[in-house]
Ligand binder design. Structure first.
Ligand code: CA
Length: 539
């Protein structure tokens, strides 16, 4: 579904669709005036300020909402936080998205061309950036400024979020879900094997080489066979490729390929550090330090290789990886798979390339057909108040959690139901990933202690690098990305695999590889990213 189609249909239906596209460079830092605040006068504002408690409207108000996200969540009035919020704010949401449909993007597109839009709409950022400037969504900048003190304060503290939400036309069209807890993945090693071989925890890439070599050569599992597979990979080679970070390179694994040096946007797989990494990884692979089936084994690699007592080192999610200690404690004597600090790269820097996203692409905005944007923004701001945030994170006190020493501790029926905790919550609408700020404590209280320690080690020592921002692109830029990216990324992936597996010599083929990328439009892609990054920084 293209923006133009929406515009054409909307025009055909006689709707007023103003286009902000190409309205010239802003002469000051103020976003476009919001036409919809015109109904507000002094009296109304004074009256609003007198409302007691968390009420955002004196009279009960119904607002329609299109909430259909992640191909599985569709708003229902039974959802606990929303029911409670209706009591507290006087605003009740009425869902309009079809529960039977499963494709969120498709449902969104159908709703957009229908012309008559509900008051509140959930969507991905790219859609707000596309339809917002065409007039389908109301710019929120002034509304937030005047009527959303909680979210306004949040944006003042989180510059990265404000930049993320700002469309190329300078306006904010949505309030998005903000995850909490930066640590995602880390390095894990069989510390019982280290002890057995009398080796220290590897602190840098050279020590890591020594350790993996010893795992391979010195029979740490003690079965008399050279069956150890030191580094395991359950992501079809992606984890193996990411070992290149130990030579200071940036790879396509976990969206780490774009990074910035002195204001200049760079593409990791075309930098010389990448070539150096490939030469070394080819050697590691040839010496059996990496699973020979790393590129083919797939998702079960961790279960199989750890369970067979032959895997020794991995890079993976803290939560699930720490869980193997309980799983295998009776099966494998001494099994101890512990998180370790990232071994320092050849430049002496210990860093973690993966991170949780700082902002989620999904958010909610106010449509052009909304008759009461002020009440709506106040309602959306409720979720950023202390009460609203707790309600969406933890549910209702006494029902879903108890306050223990001021901390919301989930009740047993949440923590020990027959479902994963997150699902038990989301089934009731709690932790629904719309415009609210997650509180990591919701997860921390049921996290494996080994995982928690690992995460804290990574956070407290500042190992996790700030991820490259998720940039917003203009339609023209997006077109270049769509045209060039597939062939470029395919070429990088295929060549990288050939290098690591030893089918090609990275030193001999490096120049040709760069030339091929250039022919595929690498320079144009770099220019697009640089332009979008510069805009992001200057927003
Ligand atoms: Ca062995």
């Amino acid at each position: 579904m293209k923006a133009k189609k929406y515009l054409a249909i909307a025009l055909a239906m006689g709707l007023t669709v103003s286009s902000f596209t190409g309205c010239g460079k802003k002469t000051d830092n103020k976003p476009n005036e919001t036409p919809v605040t015109q109904g507000e006068d002094k009296g109304e504002k004074d009256q609003a300020e007198e409302l007691p408690g968390l009420l955002v409207s004196k009279e009960p108000v119904d607002l329609s909402i299109h909430l259909h996200i992640y191909n599985k969540f569709v708003y229902t009035e039974d959802w606990v936080p929303f029911k409670k919020a209706a009591e507290l704010t006087n605003v009740t949401l009425k869902g309009v998205a079809p529960e039977s449909a499963t494709d969120s993007e498709q449902v969104f597109n159908i709703m957009m061309v229908s012309g008559d839009l509900p008051d509140i709409i959930t969507a991905e950022r790219q859609n707000f950036f596309k339809y917002g400037p065409e007039g389908a969504f109301i710019p929120l900048n002034d509304l937030i400024d005047e009527h959303a003190p909680n979210f306004k304060q949040f944006l003042e503290e989180r510059e990265d979020v404000r930049r993320y939400l700002t469309a190329p036309d300078g306006n904010i069209y949505s309030i998005n879900f903000i995850p909490d807890g930066a640590a995602a993945q880390g390095y894990f090693i069989r510390t019982d094997w280290l002890e057995k071989l009398n080796l220290p925890v590897p602190k840098d890439v050279d020590e890591l080489y020594t350790v993996l070599k010893a795992f391979r050569e010195q029979d740490p599992n003690g079965n008399g066979k050279k069956d150890e597979i030191p580094f395991i990979d359950r992501a079809k080679g992606q984890k193996t490729i990411a070992l290149a970070t130990l030579w200071g390179a940036h790879t396509t694994t976990d969206r780490d390929e774009w990074y910035v040096e002195d204001g200049k946007v760079k593409f990791g797989p075309m930098e010389s550090s990448y070539q150096l990494a490939m030469e070394n990884l080819q050697k590691w692979y040839a010496e059996g330090l990496i699973d020979p089936e790393a590129f083919t084994r797939g998702a079960k690699a961790r279960d199989i290789l750890l369970g067979d007592n032959i895997g020794g080192f991995a890079h993976d999610w803290f939560g699930t990886t720490a869980g193997y200690n309980d799983m295998f404690k009776d099966k494998i004597e001494g099994f101890d798979f512990q998180p370790i600090a990232p071994p320092a790269d050849i430049n002496g820097k210990a860093w973690e390339y993966s991170s949780r996203p700082l902002v989620n692409p999904t958010g909610w905005g106010i449509s052009k057909d909304n008759k009461d944007p002020i009440t709506t923004i106040k309602y959306l701001d409720f979720w950023w108040s202390e009460e609203g945030r707790r309600l969406m994170n933890f549910g209702i006190e006494g029902e879903h959690y108890d306050l223990v020493d001021g901390k919301p501790i989930f009740k047993d029926h949440i923590l020990n139901s027959d479902k994963p905790v997150t699902q038990a919550l989301q089934d009731q609408g709690i932790q629904m990933q719309v415009g609210f700020h997650q509180d990591f404590f919701y997860e921390e209280q049921w996290l494996n202690p080994i995982a928690r320690e690992g995460m804290n080690m990574y956070i407290e020592n500042g190992y996790i690098q700030t991820p490259f921002p998720t940039l917003g692109f203009t339609p023209e830029e997006q077109k270049i990305i769509d045209e060039k990216s597939v062939s470029i990324y395919t070429h990088v992936t295929e060549t990288t695999q050939k290098w690591i597996l030893g089918a090609e010599d990275p030193t001999k083929t490096w120049e040709n590889y760069l030339k091929a990328l250039d022919n595929m439009g690498m320079q144009e892609l770099l220019e697009v990213y640089q332009a979008a990054y510069d805009r992001f920084i200057n927003n």
